[in-house]
Write a protein that binds this ligand. Structure first.
Ligand code: SF4
Ligand code: SF4
Length: 148
């Protein structure tokens, strides 16, 4: 698998070579802050470009887009990380800890099962109850997003 080639061939991969490693993306990244910079979008891009390697850490991205908004070279950092995830999925290399989240998503429409406890908590905060849905499962069935 040639990661660099796969990333660059995709429409979201067009900006992969714009990065000059300034680190502004990592400086504003909430996941980097929460993991004491173990998660580091600058390093993830650097490794993809220079070494052609992907890291399991890409699954720690919250897709908040702060990095992409702040990048001085308009590198599509968040889109590139989403693209890296798609490459992982394509090659069936999803880390084990993602599997139960996908199963929950298929079963109830959320990555965490919403039960009475969560709904009581929501009620106390004046929020409406959450209901499970099968819509996501139907989308996954049609797009092949379900685990075998
Ligand atoms: S902010 Fe942009 S240019 Fe700077 S390291 Fe991040 S992706 Fe690269
Ligand atoms: S989109 Fe991902 S990498 Fe970018 S700032 Fe948010 S959590 Fe960090």
């Amino acid at each position: 698998m040639d990661i660099r080639k796969e990333l660059q061939e995709d429409i979201d991969g067009e900006t992969l070579n714009y990065c000059f490693s300034c680190g502004i993306c990592t400086g504003g990244c909430p996941s980097a802050m929460m993991t004491d910079s173990r998660y580091n979008p600058r390093k993830i891009l650097h490794r993809a470009v220079i070494e052609g390697k992907l890291e399991d850490d890409i699954w720690l991205c919250t897709n908040c887009y702060t990095c992409q908004e702040r990048c001085p070279t308009k590198t599509k950092v968040a889109d590139l990380i989403s693209l890296m995830r798609r490459v992982y999925v394509k090659h069936n290399k999803i880390p084990r800890f993602i599997k139960p989240l996908v199963e929950n998503l298929a079963a109830c429409g959320f990555t965490q099962v919403i039960g009475d406890l969560e709904n009581r908590r929501r009620e106390r905060m004046g929020l409406p109850k959450m209901k499970h849905t099968r819509e996501i499962r139907r989308i996954m069935e049609k797009t092949g997003g379900l685990y075998e």
